[in-house]
Write a protein that binds this ligand. Sequence first.
Ligand SMILES: Nc1nc2c(c(=O)[nH]1)N[C@H]1C(S)=C(S)[C@@H](COP(=O)(O)O)O[C@H]1N2
Ligand SMILES: [Mo]
Length: 331
Amino acid sequence: MLIRRTAAWSMPESQATPEHLAFNRRRVLGAAVAAGAAFAPGAAQAGIFDFLGKKEAPKPQPPDPSAGLYPVKRNEAYTLDRPVTPEAINLGYNNFYEFGTDKYIAAAAQALPIRPWTIKIGGLVESPREIGIDDLLKALPPEERLYRHRCVEAWSMALPWSGIPLKDFVAFAKPLGSAKYVVMKTFLNPDVADGQASPLYDWPYTEGLTIEEATSELPFLATGAYGKPLARQMGAPIRLAVPWKYGFKSVKSIVSIDFTEQRPKTLWQVAGPREYGFWANVNPDVAHPRWSQARERVIGTGEIRPTLLFNGYAEQVAHLYKGLEREPLYM
Ligand SMILES: Nc1nc2c(c(=O)[nH]1)N[C@H]1C(S)=C(S)[C@@H](COP(=O)(O)O)O[C@H]1N2
Ligand SMILES: [Mo]
């Protein structure tokens, strides 16, 4: 979804073949790092990061204090029509523009400090406050849910998230009756995330839902995946998962959640208003201006599947859009 006029535009990302990926050495290295190779300062490590195009190896990070919480109990209400994407594949194929515009940002993302981590709750609430991630996990204990994920670039994954239903978080935040939108933002720290030095994007990454969407059953604040705390490249320590919407709505590494009367301007809307909107509901019959959304490439298998309306979650979400037919719901 680069908003850059380069040759890359002529070919949607979805046409990159699994073979191409398998032989991408950066990806293989990124995945190896992500899969748990320890970070240690030293010449050998620095050598790897030279190869990855980074001047310095990320500083070693302390272990995640929430590790003991996982795995958490699965909510069996959410089932999949396909196998879960293998963890190592998911850890090595990510969109996280703060750390780079290709899929191989896993190594760079290890530089993100995830403790202390506070989430600011503000805007139209009874009383604005801040809460540390570990206090939040105590107040609202996580559960596991299997969800599909459909990127606007026509690829998909399936994953076991652990996390907190957003509607429970909203109740915890006590919004005022006048709140119409829930606005979520990623950290802003260009020293750690050099993608944020790019003037092409309106940082920090901002996303939002209507209060009706946010208090419906599916939106999930993921704090873990694969039975462990969330990996940095997947948006640690807390990210959104809204599985009936294109992946860009699922904002990573959230530091603030605000309740507003006004619809927020999201990062992708600002970057490419003709291509990316506020609603971004998955619909196979509404093409992206530059490629079809009818099918998706399942990451890790190379399988091509037909894309489903609302990514297969119509039963849970279609009612949210009654009376909104004149809105651009599918971009
Ligand atoms: N802060 C932030 N959140 C983000 C993105 C991003 O670049 N920055 N990319 C989005 C997109 S386009 C997708 S498809 C998903 C990818 O999540 P994953 O890497 O865990 O699969 O994260 C979304 N959330
Ligand atoms: Mo995406």
